[in-house]
Ligand binder design. Structure first.
Ligand code: IMP
Length: 193
């Protein structure tokens, strides 16, 4: 089975992606590869950051790898925080800080439309290829649920009455931004064999 290194230190992402790629490729984490250190994410687009993260791994291992980058785009905030979603509340902020800031900024706002967008960059033999996924929904007025990570407790996808943090992982994976981008990666990989 083909092995791909996933350029992330986020254990939630690793679990989500492992579930989707199970049986098709062996996914190795950075930790398993003995790679540590902060991967740079200094581009101003999701594509740029995904490429930067995957390239960081490629340059160190010369093994096929992929990385993802996600942005939460909120209509009433003019698309913010977008590519800056991880550092929305400041340089070394926590998921909680970001959620608190979002709840504050959206206080009293009636337009709560938002979307998550993910770009996955796969590097095979040094050549990058991109896959994209998107999910539309609403920013909730308070936190709901304990599962997942990041903005999950305050994001409710369209056609659902619960937040991402209230969903079983299989349901989130089926409809989420990253789930949809990874589904495209799966389709591509299946065509390869
Ligand atoms: P990253 O660049 O993909 O690590 O994600 C940027 C920001 O979006 C981080 O603060 C993450 O917490 C958040 N994020 C990414 N994916 C998700 C998700 O599936 N649910 C909630 N928040 C997410």
């Amino acid at each position: 089975m083909k092995t791909l290194i996933f350029a992330t230190n986020n254990s939630h992402k690793l679990q989500e992606v492992n579930t989707m790629l199970d049986g098709l490729v062996t996914v190795r984490s950075l930790k398993e590869m003995g790679l540590d250190g902060d991967i740079p994410e200094t581009a101003d687009t999701l594509e740029g950051n995904a490429l930067q993260k995957a390239t960081w791994v490629w340059e160190r291992c010369h093994q096929d790898c992929f990385a993802d980058d996600t942005g939460l785009e909120v209509e009433a905030l003019g698309g913010r925080p977008g590519v800056y979603s991880a550092r929305y509340a400041g340089e070394h902020c926590s998921f909680d800080d970001n959620v608190n800031k979002m709840l504050r900024e959206m206080e009293g706002q009636s337009n709560r439309k938002a979307c998550f967008r993910t770009v996955v960059c796969l590097i095979e033999q040094g050549v990058p290829r991109y896959f994209e996924g998107r999910v539309d929904g609403q920013i909730l007025t308070e936190r709901y649920g304990e599962q997942g990570f990041g903005y999950d407790p305050i994001f409710m996808p369209d056609r659902f009455a619960v937040s991402f943090a209230e969903m079983p992982l299989e349901v989130k994976n089926r409809i989420s931004h990253r789930g949809r981008a990874i589904a495209q990666l799966v389709e591509y990989l299946k065509q390869q064999y």
